[in-house]
Design a protein around this ligand. Sequence first.
Ligand code: ANZ
Ligand code: ZN
Length: 801
Amino acid sequence: MFYFKIKMKYDHQTIEQKWQKIWEKSQADQAIDFSQKPKKYVLDMFPYPSGAGLHVGHAEGYTATDIYCRYLRMNGFNVLHPMGWDAFGLPTENYAIKVKRNPKEITKENTNRFRRQLKSLGFSYDWLREINTSQPDYYKWTQWLFLSLFKKNLAYQRKAPVNWCQSCQTVLAREQVINGLCERCKKPVIQKELKQWFFKITAYAEELLSELDKLDWPEPIKEMQRNWIARSEGALTNFKILAKKSEIKKSETISVFTTRPDTLFGATYLVLAPEHSLIANYKSRIKNYKEILDYIKHTVVKTELDRTDLAKEKTGVELRGVKAINPATKEAIPIWVADYVLMSYGTGAIMAVPAHDSRDFEFAKKYKLTIKQVIDNGQKDLGQAYTGEGKLVNSGGFNGLNSQKAKEKIVSFVGGQKITQYKLRDWLISRQRYWGAPIPIIHCANCGAQAVPVKDLPVELPADVDFTPHGHSPLKESKKFKEVKCLKCGGQAEREYDTMDTFICSSWYYLRYIDPKNQKNIADDKKVKYWLPVDVYVGGAEHAVLHLLYSRFITKVLRDVGVINFGEPFIKLKNQGLILAEDGRKMSKSLGNVISPDEVVKKYGADVTRMYEMFMGPLEEAKPWDTKGIMGIVRFIERVCLLSDKVEKSSPSIERIQNLSGKIGQEIESFKFNTAVAKLMIISNELSGQPKISQTDFELFIKVLAPFAPHLSEELWQKLGNKQSIFKENWPRFKIVKAKEIEFVTQINGKVRDRFRIDADLTEEKIKRLVYSSPKIKIWLANKSIKKEIFVANKLLNIVI
Ligand code: ANZ
Ligand code: ZN
């Protein structure tokens, strides 16, 4: 509660609760299906309802979207702004094991707490559309989605070396292994062979890559997805095995993937991944087979990250007794096994060109293997690998050609094949855990894996399960779950015991909000066409490659099975930066520096919390909490309260107030909330300096303040004698002063490459969109990655590549 100097006492708790009740009762924030108004779908990344409750970081993004949505409604939009719970997952399950309670109960408590916390901040969510991924009426459709992939051969099973956490007793996805440690429990991860379910995301690699260009997303996020998908243009080349006639049954070859066929004359040995199947085939011919097996044993415990770490010393063993023939030089070259070659990329075998590849160079030096230079580096010696391109030397008839030309020619000379490879792997989706959506499959020894009929969905998560880790799926423990007949032959069959990765639940949730109670379909066709795709999506940058890539993939699958008519779920994406602790470190329980939004709301109120979080700095930047900063906002709110006592109908309005208010709308649209708050402060200062305030100016001011401080604005609006909610008011219209035109220049690496005339004071974002859509600039940037952008307002953008 604040006590003001003279007359007024602003009791934020009473006033905020009063308005929250009124808003809830009037269902003021509900989206209307099929309104005549234009629609906007503004989505927040839904939270994982952890035991820790809402974080001030959640409140940051949620405040930003709330301001934006309230602004849109005042501008005549029919806004869909929903909230729900990403409720399945390991932390709840681990906690349930620890306290010996059911994760369902724990989830219920956690979501109740989160909901209360969100409501206390006055967020205008449409709570009638709340979803919870752990409830059967939701995961029924997650299972339906699985079956859609299964029926299109996009879900399949295979044995695979998987990252296994011995402590969590479960498989982890590549991205859940952080520096060789489990993302959740921080214990070392080992490799283990298991039969697993995969989603064939690689079938969409090219589309996932090329469509990134169309998206209005932060460039660094797009770049991370590009690097994650990682397309490489290269060639497959076969190396014949050299052996005694008597040993060769058919002509045996080792196929390698290379991006540098121009260096083929410099390939002085081959390297196989330890998992390569040919090693076992050569058992009888390899003289040091035992040594090889020993080596392989040591590599299985290493993660891929470890194996490919450039800083780690490379190891390997030669397969003694077998050799291969370089198809260009026809020379016999040794074959090695080394774990810096991965089985999961290309063919699992490489041609080593130590003169021009750094890893091969280091390896060749260590084991004294031949280093043969085939690309001219303009110097006499090679102190290290020369990895650039250039003129060919020591390459027979190809000498003197440049790398680019030589690539094609050498590929056809040796009968190779040009191909495109991606680093993207299929998505491993099965988990040997309890708290997830069961995979709707029945296995029969005779008839194979069969889809559970859609009419039998959901396959419910059984309750009679001891879900403490035993190294196999807890669902296996349930008698009720287990006994099932084959759908084809009627014989004894088994259900699939694994559950789905929770990233599947969150890959499609945006779709369910538009029709959350639909029992017959995942979503109604007409509603899909009206509401989707999502117009603006806001969340943390840490989701750059997981959730955001999976969601794009699943959207394309849903399009291809006819559920939706678009291929990209989120047209525009905005990232929020981390809110750090007062000490500048990340907030964490163990450091004891976590700020709870509950305390801040209780002490200062929701409006102060919201405005402070917006005032801290640009939304997308990381910024430390500062208790002193909050006091600035508290004083602002105090001042605004006092202003209302000076309002007088007859006072003349001030032009500067009009101008400043006019800019606030633009800043909300470009998500510049910190500068918008600064302008609100300037306005309140100006008004404070007046002996009397015109009613026009004051109404204008509280209307533009309303999205930021909804409770206070609503209260003051009522005090002025208005009967209807301020959020039913139209956003004030301002005289638009025609912008001056200027000439804007685009440079690449400092050289002028394009110029055009634009309105002065166009936002940076809009200008960049113009720049990057210019055909001239596109040509310059094709296949280049952008290192840096230097933007000078009203003048130029210099793109460094
Ligand atoms: C010969 C060569 C010569 C290569 C040279 C590079 C430079 P990106 O760009 O990432 O696609 N490679 C192929 N398969 C591999 C595997 N399974 N594990 C580890 N390395 C593998 O890299 C492609 C290059 O990585 C390929 O081109 C191959 O080495 C290596 F001067 O072949 B290169
Ligand atoms: Zn059967």
